[in-house]
Structures are given as structure tokens and as C-alpha cells.
Design a protein around this ligand. Structure first.
Ligand code: SAM
Length: 226
């Protein structure tokens, strides 16, 4: 948890800072992020901590931005909508596949009991871990590996969030979802036509819901090169 962290730093003009913060939250709301817990979590977690270098001053724009290894930090309103669709509760154990910058995991960590986050790039995972340490987020466990196989040794999960696009919801992840659990995953055959899907597991099977069109980098099997 971040305690009193007010969410956005790095700007010396308090008026400009307040305006950027207001615009950030307005963009979330106007895209349909209305869950108060999600909005509070996103107000607390400073996206500026997860965007470095050239793009740092665009951290509060509602846009995806490049991070290392040709990957991206997702658009804040999409992070908000995915988090909202996941209906995370305070007792939940969550798996995120695709740590990237770590921003989404940090938001989830405000809402869940524990978050496991995995990425195929070890260096992304290390950089995210450093930010989690600096923010005092102790309920996130980071792992480097191929998340398309899930994390069988920690399964089942109450919630699973995949932040890279798969051709279909990966079978091992479906199997690692607890009965009553929810998985949110972008699905599509190309990088231009993808749908965000919500999967609910019941006693008798899986129910699928199409939420919105999205555009994510692909879920790739195997480990990334350093
Ligand atoms: N959630 C991230 C954030 O908040 O910054 C954004 C994730 S980025 C859109 C997608 C990430 O998925 C990339 O960092 C990529 O390396 C990762 N990825 C792709 N295939 C993967 C796999 N099989 N296992 C684990 N991570 C994977």
C-alpha cells in the first residue's frame, strides 16, 4: 500500500500538477471507469514512477507509452477498465501475466490480498520490482518466465489478468482459475483486431463476455532475450 502518496509527483508547479491529476482522473471516468475503489487505487499509484526517459512527461496522458524491450505501458483508461472488469476483492489472490512496467500490478495490489506478476523479460521484472520496493508495495511477487503456462505451484487464482494478446484464452490459465473466479484477457488473431474478453468460471464450465476492442502487444511463448 502507498499510504498517503497522493499519486502524482515530479511537477514543480502545484497548479499544473493539480490540473494534470484532474485530467488523468477525468479521462478514466469519461471512458467508463466508475468503480470508486478502482479510481482511488489509480489516484494513489503514480504512473510517473513507471515511465522513465523520453516519455516521462507524458505519464499522465491517457495513452500507452513505450517501455524497454519494445513493450508498452498500457493506456490508463484501459488499465482502469480491465481492473474494473476483474472485480477484485480484498481477499483475492491475483495472477497478472505481462508485468511490463509494473503499473497494472501496482494498481491491482491496492485492491487484492496478493498479486503474482510474471513477464518473459527478466530486466522488466527487475525494474518493476525496484519501483515496488520504493513504493513499499510488499504484496506483489514478481517472477521472470513464460506466463502463458501460468503459475501452477500457486494455483488456483481468484483472478487472472493477461495484459498481452493471445489467440485464445490460454488453456493452462483457464485451468488455474478458481471456480467462481474471473479472468480478463485480450484475444485476437492480429495486433489490429482484438477484443477484451472476460471469462467467469462456474461449477459447470466457463462463460465468456466480450467487453471492448483493444490493442495489445502479443503474448509470446518462451523467455525474452535480456
Ligand atoms: N501490464 C503492463 C504494465 O502495466 O506496464 C503492460 C504489459 S505490456 C502491454 C505486455 C507485456 O507482456 C510485455 O512486457 C511482454 O514482455 C509481456 N509478455 C508477452 N508474452 C508473455 C509471456 N508469455 N509471459 C509473460 N509475459 C509476457
Amino acid at each position: 500500500m502507498t499510504g498517503d502518496d497522493d499519486g502524482i509527483d515530479g511537477a514543480s508547479d502545484p497548479g499544473a500538477l493539480a490540473e494534470r491529476k484532474m485530467r488523468f482522473l477525468f479521462a478514466l471516468r469519461s471512458h467508463g471507469v466508475t468503480d470508486a475503489r478502482v479510481l482511488t487505487a489509480m489516484e494513489r499509484i503514480d504512473r510517473g514512477r513507471f515511465v522513465t526517459g523520453l516519455f516521462a512527461d507524458r505519464a499522465y496522458d491517457d495513452t500507452p507509452l513505450p517501455i524497454a524491450h519494445g513493450q508498452t505501458i498500457s493506456q490508463p483508461s484501459v488499465v482502469g477498465l480491465m481492473t474494473q472488469a476483474l472485480e477484485v476483492g480484498p481477499r483475492d489472490k491475483v495472477l497478472e501475466v505481462g508485468t511490463g512496467s509494473g503499473y497494472q500490478a501496482a494498481v491491482l495490489a491496492q485492491l487484492a490480498r496478493r498479486v503474482y506478476t510474471i513477464d518473459r523479460y527478466k530486466r522488466l521484472v527487475q525494474a518493476a520490482q525496484e519501483v515496488f520496493d520504493a513504493l513499499g508495495l510488499t504484496n506483489i511477487i514478481t517472477l521472470a518466465g513464460d506466463g502463458s503456462h501460468g503459475l501452477p505451484e500457486q494455483a488456483p487464482f481468484d483472478r487472472i489478468l493477461v495484459t498481452a494478446a493471445a489467440e485464445d484464452p490460454p488453456g493452462p490459465l483457464l485451468a488455474q482459475l478458481r471456480v467462481g473466479g474471473i479472468m480478463v484477457v485480450p484475444v485476437g488473431q492480429s495486433d489490429t483486431v482484438q477484443q477484451l474478453i472476460r471469462v467467469r468460471r462456474s461449477e459447470t464450465g466457463y462463460e465468456y463476455d466480450e467487453l471492448l476492442p483493444v490493442r495489445f502487444v502479443p503474448l509470446v511463448e518462451g523467455l525474452g532475450r535480456e
